[in-house]
Design a binder for this molecule. Structure first.
Ligand SMILES: [Zn+2]
Length: 656
């Protein structure tokens, strides 16, 4: 008596992607409930099993669904928003500000549904996600019927779903405890990357993952710059650094690993960590070429991922398969590198292993969940077909097949697409809603791009100084005279500092935008650089004007800590021109007639302009400012005893 099953898929070219890479034609798969009961030659399967429903696969390839090993699915809504930029400008200048403004449970849900539709169409049955509001990602994914490792992001910056990392950690704990054991969703935690997390975050997230026995998803060694910075700051490459923080106590899924060495590969191997290789993303962001062949040789579970649709810009795994192979060949000069069967293994079984869900999916084997796809291998672009070599079908899938050749998708024993018809999602409705978001985001960015100030504010952390600024400046010949001039009873010195100041001024076409100053202060103590501080200041045009041209009363200033490099700001703000100024500054904070002043003695080295004496103070009212200006002029004549020259106007404009 044949055993009853729910459905038998027959007349297929079955590529099992199991350890032996067994294939059957005509082959069949018997499914009962959510699981595969049998895989084998059609005649044998049909002899042993009986189903009310038999599906004729018409000679198509029947294979395990593809595993997208690393992505950020809600970012479908940011696809094509900002391209051809460097990673930091793209991330900090565009993605994060837009995310802060728009990312909500609603945004995440829509983006996820859109991504699920795209992934089902391209034969993906499981993916590893990392984003915010991961609870909504998980819910939308489960509704769409896909399998996923859903990882809640934790990082040191405020994020759309948390003001501080403690909040996102608490969110992750709650999220994991509620979803653990779900038939489709594996909840997980994602410390975003070593450079966006503190050691404390890395430790806490690893402990959380261990406590609930769930995977930990992160980005590792994506760019050479990341590795360089890590070496400079900690004296270690990235993998040993995160190991030191206890990250590998957890089941890690590490995206990228572009810049790791042989020792680091072995560390990952011993930690049973999975790796997600993202060929499109690495090429688009010019991150480098991951040593994929080496990692496979070492024995690592390397899966293939699309990365987020804002850095790819699609979720087409067929494209990733082909690129993975082509990059490995092109980069090594060895056309035998990463052959088609190996690439397909990465995109299925190894990918599932990398996600730590290899026990239930990733290959067509009895006992595993029925996560499978049918691919039409007879369209024009994939004809004719050779069967002399058993590798021929793999080459067909990797080198010729397209996502649109996927006709049917089943996950957990349930059809999500039949004959190219989506069964769980309303594609037309999703497209309309997505376009509405695009209009809103466009409007937000158009408004932001209108001024340097709003672009600065979009980066976060800036604050306006609404005070009046009194500034009197003269050029002097004898700096020593100033130092001794300060030594009199009328002047009380509160503090003294010495530093080198390097300023880069960004000048914009529209002068009313003001000038943006990137300032690097090197504080000098005992003839050594004791400390470096970088700040960004947007200096508006003078508001109150100047009386005599060497006394300035007021201008608006917006201050922000310069957390990025000068190059970042240059690419983000796109100034028309730049001016550089370096000076050796000696600064005294003094009290003169019960009023606080800064006395700056600046030797300007670049350009060589000589030495300037500047007296400065800030105040809150215009009347007070005028009073202080009188005192400041008095102080100047005390310190430079009438020998001062007035300052060239253009220089005054530049340095104020
Ligand atoms: Zn990523």
């Amino acid at each position: 008596m044949p055993k009853p099953v729910d459905v038998i898929l027959k007349n297929a070219l079955v590529l099992t992607m199991d350890e032996k890479l067994q294939q059957y034609f005509p082959g069949a798969v018997a499914i009962r409930g959510d699981s595969i009961q049998a895989v084998g030659p059609e005649s044998e399967v049909r002899k042993e099993y009986a189903a009310e429903l038999e599906v004729d696969c018409q000679g198509r390839v029947l294979m395990p669904g593809l595993v997208n090993a690393h992505t950020h699915v809600p970012m479908t809504l940011l696809r094509g928003l900002a391209d051809d930029l460097r990673l930091d400008v793209w991330l900090m200048g565009y993605m994060m500000p837009v995310e802060r403004e728009f990312v909500s449970p609603d945004f995440v849900r829509l983006g996820t549904l859109l991504a699920c539709a795209e992934m089902i169409r391209s034969g993906v049955t499981a993916f590893a996600d990392m984003y915010y509001f991961e609870d909504d990602v998980a819910r939308a994914t489960a509704e769409a019927g896909l399998r996923a490792v859903c990882s809640q992001t934790v990082l040191k910056f405020p994020s759309p779903d948390a003001r501080a990392f403690e909040d996102s950690l608490a969110y992750a704990r709650d999220f994991i405890s509620r979803w653990k054991g779900h038939p489709l969703i594996v909840p997980s935690v994602a410390p975003h990357a070593p450079y966006t997390c503190t050691p404390e975050i890395l430790k806490a997230t690893a402990q959380l993952a261990v406590e609930f026995d769930v995977p930990l998803h992160t980005h590792l060694a994506e760019t050479a710059l990341e590795v360089e910075n890590m070496r400079r700051e900690t004296g270690m490459p990235v993998v040993p650094y995160v190991k030191k923080q206890g990250l590998f106590d957890a089941k890690v899924l590490a995206a990228h690993c572009v810049h790791i060495d042989y020792g680091e590969m072995n560390t990952l191997l011993h930690a049973h960590a999975g790796v997600a290789h993202n060929p499109s993303s690495n090429m688009k962001l010019a991150s480098g070429f991951a040593p994929v062949a080496k990692m496979l040789e070492v024995g690592l579970n390397v899966g293939i991922g699309t990365d987020g649709p804002a850095s790819n810009n699609d979720l087409d795994m067929f494209e990733e398969l082909r690129l993975a192979s082509f990059i490995a060949k092109g980069n090594s000069g060895d056309p035998t590198a990463l052959p088609a069967p190996q690439v397909m293994t990465m995109a299925t079984r190894l990918g599932a292993n990398a996600l730590h869900i290899g026990d239930i999916t990733g290959s067509l084997e009895a006992g595993k969940r029925a996560d499978l796809i049918l691919v039409d291998i007879a369209p024009l672009h994939n004809s004719p077909r050779f069967r002399r070599d058993t590798d021929n079908p793999y080459a067909q899938i990797v080198y010729s097949a397209k996502a649109s050749d996927v006709t049917d998708v089943m996950v957990n024993g349930k059809w999500l697409m039949r004959e190219r018809q989506l069964l769980t999602l309303d594609e037309a409705e999703l497209l309309v809603q997505a376009q509405e978001y695009a209009h809103k985001i466009d409007a937000f960015l158009i408004e932001r791009e209108q001024s340097v100030l709003s672009k600065l504010i979009a980066l976060g952390g800036s604050s306006e100084q609404e005070s009046f600024e009194v500034q009197v400046k003269v050029q002097i010949d004898d700096p020593d005279q100033v130092a001794s001039g300060l030594n009199q009873d009328a002047i009380k010195i509160v503090r003294y500092r010495h530093y080198h100041q390097h300023d880069t001024y960004f000048v914009f076409e529209d002068l009313s935008q003001g000038r943006l100053r990137y300032r690097e202060d090197e504080f000098i103590e005992n003839n050594k650089i004791a400390n470096v501080r970088t700040r960004l200041t947007l200096i508006g045009p003078a508001r109150e004007g100047q009386f005599k041209h060497d006394v300035l009363l007021s201008r608006s200033r917006y201050l922000a800590p310069a957390t990025q490099t000068l190059r970042f700001y240059r690419e983000y703000f796109k100034p028309k021109a730049e001016l550089e100024l370096s000076k050796n500054r000696r600064r005294w904070l003094i009290h003169y007639r019960d009023t606080e002043f800064f006395v700056n003695l600046d030797q300007v080295d670049q350009p060589t302009l000589g030495t300037f004496l500047e007296v400065k103070s800030t105040t809150w009212s215009r009347e007070d400012a005028k009073l202080k200006a009188q005192l400041a002029v008095e102080l100047i004549s005390l310190l430079a005893s009438g020998k001062q020259k007035t300052i060239p106007q253009d220089y005054f404009e530049l340095i104020t």
